[in-house]
Design a protein around this ligand. Structure first.
Ligand code: NAI
Ligand code: MG
Length: 358
């Protein structure tokens, strides 16, 4: 059977985004090449900071309507030195996440053989975690404002919004994910000692949802203590669920502990499948290395694995991950993980590995 065409919107955007997305598309296409039933098409959108400088907006007003028809979105990064970060983030990435209700942000970590962890006792296969980040509300709801601008009495509020619907659905997603993993173990992160409203509700809902998953063991951590546990007792963790802000921070830590944020991927999922989901590296536009040809493409390849999985192309997804692992194990690495290779050389090695696996 010929499968129906799969249409992916690519939004490389800013800085190293275009450098990693262009090679990401190459490896995703290559791993699908063996199966002639797969008809995978990428459509390129030049949205981002350059577009902003020309048009005064990061994407066209009807951008979400355009994206809605796609099966997935492959996203680079936003951020330019001469455009405020809140403009770039709120002009493109967050409107897509929130507009498409991609409420589950899924961030796997694992130490890939060949890549050194800064943790003395952690080696290949360790730090096998998945962080589930609430991606639609919480501290990044956008609720708040400024008053008395420029006056001595100026105020700014940034209100964290936690809804029963929002917390329950992310908790169910996290428990369900934990259930599919061998350890069946979830750690629920909060700050319910100091934040006594929304975070206490978060704890209560976790306990309620836990009763739906009697085969999943779970525990609770305060976010500050969680950074200590991730560093000193990493083997006691498996699946983790946290708020938008907390998980944002913890997942950068997880990426760094696994060697570099240049390898850490993320999937912004609409679990109900009403809208396209979006796949991206967790890193930003990294203007300090833009144009040097040394951006680590592994995060973008790994999120390509997540995208193939999401599209139901599970064989292709696991072949791509195997190819990434082989190349890293062979020591073909960019400078951020201690190597001397370029983005192009790592990509070519992954393409070779795919050809051999195909
Ligand atoms: P960043 O993630 O761009 O860079 C942090 C450090 O990690 C830099 O030293 C960079 O060179 C390095 N790095 C990042 N990705 C790498 C890769 N693939 N290979 C090798 N090294 C890599 O974060 P930073 O510097 O805080 O922010 C730069 C811009 O990116 C800002 O405008 C920020 O707002 C934006 N940003 C955008 C994100 C997104 O689009 N999802 C996420 C994080 C930041
Ligand atoms: Mg972040």
């Amino acid at each position: 059977v010929i499968m129906k065409p799969i249409n992916i919107a690519s939004i490389p955007a800013d800085g190293i985004g275009p450098e990693v997305i262009s090679v990401g598309i190459e490896v995703v296409q290559a791993v699908c090449a063996r199966n002639s039933d797969i008809d995978l098409n990428f459509t390129h959108f030049d949205w981002g900071s350059d577009y902003y400088k020309r048009h005064g907006e990061m994407m066209p007003a009807d951008g979400l309507d355009t994206l809605k028809t796609f099966d997935a979105i492959y996203f680079g990064a936003v951020g330019a030195p001469d455009v405020p970060d809140h403009v770039t983030l709120w002009g493109l990435r967050l409107p897509i996440c929130q507009g498409f209700d991609q409420y589950a942000n899924v961030r796997p970590t694992k130490i890939i053989a060949g890549i050194d962890s800064p943790l003395r006792n952690a080696g290949p296969g360790d730090l096998d975690w998945v962080i589930v980040r609430e991606n639609s509300e919480g501290e990044y709801s956008g609720h708040g404002g400024r008053a008395h601008r420029g006056m001595p009495e100026e105020v700014g509020t940034e209100v964290a919004i936690f809804t029963r619907v929002g917390v329950t659905r992310i908790m169910r997603y996290a428990f369900r994910l934990a259930q599919t993993r061998p350890r069946k173990f979830l750690t629920v992160v909060t700050k319910s000692n100091a934040q006594r409203h929304g975070m206490v509700m978060w704890d209560e809902i976790a306990a309620e949802v836990a009763t739906e998953f009697p085969d999943v063991a779970w525990d609770k951590m305060l976010v500050d203590a969680m950074t200590v546990r991730m560093t000193l007792q990493p083997d006691t963790l498996d699946t983790i669920v946290a708020t938008n802000l907390h998980a944002d921070i913890l997942s950068d830590l997880a990426g760094a502990l696994a060697g570099s944020i240049g390898i850490a991927p993320t999937a912004n999922i609409d679990p109900e499948g009403r809208f396209p989901s979006m796949f991206e590296p967790i890193h930003g536009s990294a203007f300090d290395i833009t144009g040097k040809g040394i951006a680590n493409p592994v995060a973008t390849f790994w999120t390509g694995v997540q995208m193939l999985d999401h599209l139901g192309l599970t064989n292709e997804a696991s072949r791509l991950f195997t190819a990434i692992e082989q190349v890293c194990a062979d020591g073909i690495l960019t400078p951020d993980v201690g190597g001397t290779k370029t983005t192009r050389q790592v990509t070519d090695a992954v393409l070779d590995a795919i050809r051999q696996l195909n």
